[in-house]
Write a protein that binds this ligand. Sequence first.
Ligand code: GDG
Length: 496
Amino acid sequence: TSGNNQNESRDNFVVVANRLPVDRYTDADGQPAWRTSPGGLVTALTPVMERLGGAWIGWGGADSEDIAPFVHNGTHIVPVALSAEEIESYYEGFSNDTLWPLYHDVIAPPTYHREWWDSYVKVNRRFAEAAAETAANGATVWVHDYQLQLVPGMLRELRPDLTIGFFNHIPFPAYGLYSQLPWRTQIVEGLLGADVIGFQRVADASNFTRSVRRLVGYETKGTSVYVPLESDSAPGQTGGYRRGGPTRHVLAKHFPISIDSASFEELARTPEVQARAAEIRADLGGSGKILFGVDRLDYTKGIRHRLKAYGELLADGRINPEDVTLIQVASPSRERVETYRQLRDEIELTVGRINGDYGQIGHAAVHYLHHGYPREEMVALYLAADVMLVTALRDGMNLVAKEYVATRFDLDGVLVLSEFAGASDDLTQALLINPHDIEGLKASIMTAINMPKPERAKRMRSMRKKVRENDVERWSTAFLTELERSAAARLEEAQG
Ligand code: GDG
């Protein structure tokens, strides 16, 4: 196969993701340089990369056109260039204004533009070609997330020798919504190029297999999809293949992602972070309850619902700003997409109103911060917070919920958690809420504020056990084990 050329310099393990695991910055001498980005995926895959010797293919950010591959901390970095026009159409457009709202149950209306789709196809092909050139013969390639759903199919055509995994970090919608997508069949076929397709929740995997049955008519059984090897008809024509012919097995299963739990606890135990948490509490008056929310500023996170519930509790006189404060960190996100601009305006208007109506000198009702913070500060905030508010309307997993739990080695703090976040499957000892039910949300916030210490400790202990056991290493190992199994099965078949 084509993988044999220069096999020496090629990699046995290749990650393909929209973004590279490194960020560009200007060093002390004014020279452009790269440093590891703080993300969870990077942490999760670093040990695997070190073990297998890996490459990472991704976009390097807005001002990083035409950079040659290089090595960073032992990882082979392969930048994919995007033009300004492609950033608009493939990334901000199709990825973040078509797929993102559609896959989050159309909380915001998805925009369908044929030009955006064309760009998505073109950019996915560029990523697939880069992967085909980088991967050694028989290598394993792990593709990530909704921006790259066509890569598995394209890559399988280019390099049938590879073992291909795909992990979807966001929800996969029910067929009734997914079927809106004009290119629904192409995307399902793109994904089916993988050997293993991972989702966050059981429901996401079953939504996908249902779409497979409805759109291409392939046989599915539980987490197995049987993709016919010979097609009698043009792709996309439902049922146009010979039943009972030879098939390729694809596993479509849930692999709930997690965090590096130990490293969060370790950071929480450092004297610096402890001191900072105490300082935050003291700055807010020392004795009152602190409610805390931290999210990318995104309409899926339910920040408006959270503020509505909190504002009404103040209006009803059930809480008062001398005793209760809300800190809301909204880290800047996708600021060039119109829906996100509007959301920011709405949130800032609401925060201004709440503070204007209920704040007092020295007691703001909401401390609203539109910044990104270093991880140390995040952990100090988690430690300072009596109540953590995760009110997402739809969220693949939500790592913030798990980070809060991992941080609270003191067995204190209450997590209010949306049942629409994947994290609620595991964290059943949180106060589970439906964010659309404002009265219910208000009641749960009051329960959290007034929860007695022994109950807080009992719930936190049980959640900590889950987050410690199911950490991100377990996640990547579970996924890669299935990929290895699939590679072994294919090898066996090929050898007869
Ligand atoms: C997608 C899916 C799924 C946020 N602000 C700051 C900051 N963060 C960190 C958090 C957390 C991460 O960003 C956010 O992860 P989430 O899981 O909460 O949400 P998404 O960004 O939407 O992630 C989600 C995830 O992919 C993984 O599969 O769970 O469902 O939507 O780690 O701590 N970190 C720092 N400063 C900030 O200001 N340092």
